[in-house]
Write a protein that binds this ligand. Structure first.
Ligand code: AP5
Length: 215
């Protein structure tokens, strides 16, 4: 099972992916998380990706594809995969279509998350995440129990992502419309089953709807 989570920045892909992966026993493959981990570890990939991410631009396909290919090959064949933030361009989707048969997989479904821009901007401005475990919070909608501290890791101070600054968020939305939204047509053309999710609702409600799609 390979499921692609598609949607603009801040729509809740990561939040839903963590919950769904946990309940289904699937692997959550977030290219954003993989890149941020590479940055923290100071790898060459992390260093090369940094400037693109900080500007709200996409990291070049060649870097992303090598990273995803390696990661997919490391997963057990029988484990379902949730792709979060990948593919993000039509060339990435085409490369994925070539890559999956090599690991005996195919794309089973696309889940498209939709919410108005003003909701996305508010969610992103309130987002805080744990640099240690990656848990995501929101100062408006999902605050941690102790202000500024991760519920899971206790003493670890939550961080505001550098690319969540207002100007960068605007650029990320433009990039989404220009380069990622065409994937909707691409997967419609491939007749891949697609679930459209109204993501401007409560986290639990969305999660229930998602789980019922895979029951
Ligand atoms: P990435 O990390 O993938 O960022 P994104 O796609 O912009 O998505 P976000 O992480 O911003 O949002 P999300 O939809 O996951 O929302 P979340 O659940 O966190 O990519 C970052 C950068 O890496 C890119 O700009 C690019 O440079 C590079 N990159 C990554 N993949 C790439 C690729 N394939 N190719 C090239 N470059 C790539 O939720 C947001 C906030 O809202 C949180 O605070 C959350 O608590 C809150 N929230 C979530 N759901 C709800 C709800 N229902 N109600 C209220 N609040 C909610």
């Amino acid at each position: 099972m390979v499921v692609i989570l598609l949607g603009p920045p801040g729509v809740g892909k990561g939040t839903q992916a963590v919950l769904l992966a946990e309940s289904m026993g699937w692997a959550h493959v977030s290219t954003g998380d993989l890149l941020r981990a590479a940055r923290r570890e100071g790898t060459q990939l992390g260093q090369e990706a940094q400037a693109y991410m900080d500007r709200g631009e996409l990291v070049p396909d060649s870097l992303i594809l090598a990273m995803v290919k390696e990661h997919l090959a490391s997963l057990p064949q029988e484990q379902g995969v949730l792709l979060d933030g990948f593919p993000r361009t039509v060339p990435q989707a085409e490369a994925l279509a070539q890559m999956l048969p090599e690991v005996d997989r195919e794309v089973d479904r696309v889940v498209l998350f939709l919410a108005p821009d003003e909701v996305l901007v508010k969610r992103i401005s309130g987002r805080r995440s744990c640099p240690n475990c990656g848990a995501v919070y929101n100062v408006y909608f999902n605050p941690p129990q102790m202000e500024g501290r991760c519920d899971r890791c206790g003493d670890v101070e939550l961080a505001h992502r550098a690319d969540d600054a207002e100007g960068t968020v605007r650029r990320r939305l433009e990039v989404y419309r220009e380069l990622t939204e065409p994937l909707i047509r691409y997967y419609e053309g491939m007749e891949t089953p697609m679930s459209r999710i109204d993501a401007d609702r409560d986290v639990d409600l969305i999660q229930r709807e998602l789980r019922s799609a895979f029951a």
